[in-house]
Design a binder for this molecule. Structure first.
Ligand code: SF4
Length: 216
């Protein structure tokens, strides 16, 4: 029987992406092989931080969706191969299905109706070597590329990637600041100076709740 390691499931508002502010069910899968320096969900990194749930249990608990949107996140959701089957099942239940991934795994099998939020790791994350650049051939118009920037150096690097892969012509590109490392005002200034075709993204949850609060 198919199963997944689930860290937590809860309802809140989506704090990021172009659907920020929309009521959302979060399905946080357990386990991540990356170690980003700014990780704000370190509690979900160990695989044993979750409990094994069968698909029958998962889908029964979600059978009456409380929100129009569901986000599958982690950890790194694609590190569990059954994530794809989960996404397929969610598509028949929710109006919008999003997947947040670090892009270290193959995204080609993700159903096309799922909006992928692909978090490209910058040098400042400490995990730039984990970017799977082959994924760039699978971008779709419902994909959202996200750069989490720690510094001016990260910003310059990200603008280079933006141009190299012509990202803005293929999908939405979001740039956000690592909390406490980069000021949003500086990022806005740089984006305006360079006339970059991107959207700045603030992590809504950190403004609504305490920056360290989890599960909200
Ligand atoms: S990929 Fe995400 S969950 Fe994994 S270490 Fe990086 S920020 Fe944390």
């Amino acid at each position: 029987m198919e199963s997944l390691r689930i860290h937590e499931v809860y309802q809140s508002v989506q704090g990021e992406s172009t659907l920020a502010g929309m009521p959302c069910t979060f399905i946080r899968l357990a386990g991540c092989p990356l170690r980003c320096v700014y990780c704000d969900t370190p509690q979900a990194i160990p695989l044993d931080s979750g409990e094994t749930q069968t698909f029958s249990t998962i889908f029964t608990s979600l059978s009456e969706p409380k929100t129009p949107l569901v986000l599958v996140t982690g950890g790194e959701p694609l590190a569990q191969k059954n994530c794809i089957s989960l996404l397929e099942g969610l598509l028949s239940m929710y109006q919008h299905v999003q997947l947040e991934t670090a892009g270290a795994y193959d995204i080609s099998k993700v159903p096309t109706q799922v909006s992928i939020i692909l978090d490209i790791k910058t040098p400042g994350s400490g995990e730039v070597g984990r970017n799977r650049w082959q994924n760039m051939q699978y971008l779709r118009n419902n994909t959202e590329i996200k750069f989490v920037l720690t510094s001016r150096e990260d910003y310059v690097w990200a603008t280079g990637i933006l141009q190299q892969y012509d990202l803005a012509s293929q999908c939405t590109v979001l740039m956000s600041c690592t909390w406490g490392s980069l000021e949003p005002q500086d990022l806005v200034e740089w984006i305006m100076q360079d006339n970059l075709p991107v959207r700045i993204q603030l992590q809504l949850h950190k403004y609504i709740w305490d920056a360290e609060k989890t599960g909200v």
